[in-house]
Design a binder for this molecule. Sequence first.
Ligand SMILES: Nc1ncnc2c1ncn2[C@@H]1O[C@H](COP(=O)(O)OP(=O)(O)OP(=O)(O)O)[C@@H](O)[C@H]1O
Ligand SMILES: [Mg+2]
Length: 258
Amino acid sequence: MIEFKDVSLVYPNGTQGLKNINVTIKDGEFVVIVGLSGAGKSTFIRSINRLVTPTSGSLLVDNEDILTFKGKDLRKLRTKTGMIFQNYNLVKRSSVLKNVLAGRLGHVGTVRSILNMYSKEDLSLAYESLKRVNIEEKIYNRADELSGGQQQRVSIARVLTQQPKYILADEPVASLDPPTSHQVMTYLKKINKEDGITTIVNLHFIDMAMEYADRIIGMRGGEIVFDGPASEVSEKTFEEIYGRSIREEDKIGGADKS
Ligand SMILES: Nc1ncnc2c1ncn2[C@@H]1O[C@H](COP(=O)(O)OP(=O)(O)OP(=O)(O)O)[C@@H](O)[C@H]1O
Ligand SMILES: [Mg+2]
């Protein structure tokens, strides 16, 4: 369980990234965070594995306040939270297999990984993870030989190999075409349901959020302006999140909402 209690984050230059966030995310939920550019979506997600550190409040992950974490505790936190990024973050010149085995890093330690001393179990876990996202035939290809959608599937396989309790995906489909975006979202949802991994995904668009999310959190200006199931999203929600009406979008021909 993840609990934000009065969490605020002010960046060193004075920008307020998060303002008094109070929210609880239960185990197994599939939550999508939506909001305009600058709303605080990445700040929210990155706080959970301490890529950024909130400046006040408390943030409990499995009942421990992670804002006090250092050293070993931080490493443990990052092993149990798998990250997926917009730009995949693969080592381009390495093979798909090596990239996926990197998911074991937090478990096996750096020395063994540098020496490629992965166990049979790690290797079969890597292969099974690739199979689950249907990309096992690329196992010996270099990562940069793959399309964007294929690279994102490899990055999902890497996260599976990590065996995390939480998956945090920051704009995982922002660089992909619509059908490929849906494919990636479908894999994330399937893994959430099959493995019960709590998943938090940032997206710009509420329509895609509504297709996949159990729960949508709308952010604007560092604050939560909507929190509920897709069925509760209305035109008013759209206005609260995007600061303008969905009808205006129609008038200008559905221009980019970001
Ligand atoms: N390292 C930083 N230093 C200073 N300000 C920052 C930093 N990172 C983000 N911000 C600011 O904090 C606010 C929230 O940014 P954040 O990146 O969380 O938004 P976002 O919703 O993820 O936006 P996008 O959709 O563009 O990714 C913005 O005003 C942004 O400019
Ligand atoms: Mg962002």
